[in-house]
Design a protein around this ligand. Structure first.
Ligand SMILES: [Cu+2]
Length: 266
């Protein structure tokens, strides 16, 4: 009794090597030129999430083509040719190791890679990183930026704040500088909302009694649309907002023009 796949271990190893090299090449090409046309985001963290997405997509595509290819090969190669019963065999330790080992390795790689990418965006930022307090309420957002927490170089004794409150009639615009790390601190006093900026490729729930936070480093100047992504009541659809990313120079000017003493802030 002979298992056709077992006859040429060298050939098998070479095939595996070629598949691995092709996978690596496909991933490199996808990183350089994204054939999916997906939004790669406007923050450093979003770019990493996008790379993770491509990696998973390519891994899934390779698994699909290898499995489907083997099915088609087996169906053709071992199709019924006569009424004679073909040789019967059972069990192959090597094959069982291979088809258990490969998925285990894939799951481990995806787990570690996802964990590293997630940690980048959800790990609490170091001291001195710019802070934006985000308050979700029925049915809008309030953004509070303290002058003492505007990132490196800000004066810790500066008590002025910038408060931007959205209303049903006017969607608020949150202003942040490009190239600087920003930590968002999310809070709600009523129901669960979700802070979602599409071009961050990320959203995080805003939960009463819980301090959720995430960090991004914008890489592109521009205005990006955000919205509440958790059905939070009748006027949920009105919870839209904008994130405007400016150059550091424009941001400093904007902050100087809009900062007020805390007592006069609403
Ligand atoms: Cu909401």
């Amino acid at each position: 009794m002979r298992f056709p796949g077992m006859r040429r271990p060298l050939r098998r190893a070479a095939t595996l090597l070629v598949v691995a090299l092709l996978a690596l090449a496909a991933f490199s090409v996808a990183l350089a030129y994204d054939p999916t046309g997906q939004n790669a985001g406007v923050t450093k963290e979003a770019h990493k999430m996008h790379d993770l997405y491509l990696f998973v997509l390519i891994a899934a595509a390779i698994v699909f083509f290898v499995v489907e290819g083997l099915i088609i090969y087996a169906a053709l190669r071992y199709r019924k040719r006569s009424d004679e019963l073909p040789p019967q065999f059972h069990g192959s330790t090597v094959l069982e190791f291979v088809w258990t080992g490969i998925p285990v390795v894939i799951v481990l790689v995806l787990f570690v890679y996802s964990f590293i990418v997630l940690r980048d965006v959800e790990h609490p930022a170091d001291a001195g990183v710019m802070q934006v307090d985000v308050q979700g309420f029925q049915f809008q957002w309030q953004f509070t930026q303290k002058m003492s927490e505007m990132g490196p170089g800000s004066n810790p004794n500066d008590k002025r704040v910038i408060t931007t409150t959205g209303t049903a009639a006017k969607e608020p615009t949150l202003v942040i500088p490009v190239g600087q790390k920003v930590q968002f601190n999310l809070e709600s006093n009523d129901v669960i909302h979700s802070f979602y900026v599409r071009d961050f490729l990320y959203k995080l729930d805003v939960i009463p009694g819980r301090h959720n936070h995430f960090t991004v480093t914008p890489t592109k100047v521009g205005t990006f649309q955000g919205q509440c992504a958790e059905l939070c009541g009748l006027n949920h659809a009105l919870m839209r907002f904008h994130v405007q990313v400016m150059s550091q120079q424009d941001f400093d000017k904007w902050a100087a023009a809009n900062a007020v003493a805390p007592s006069s802030a609403q």
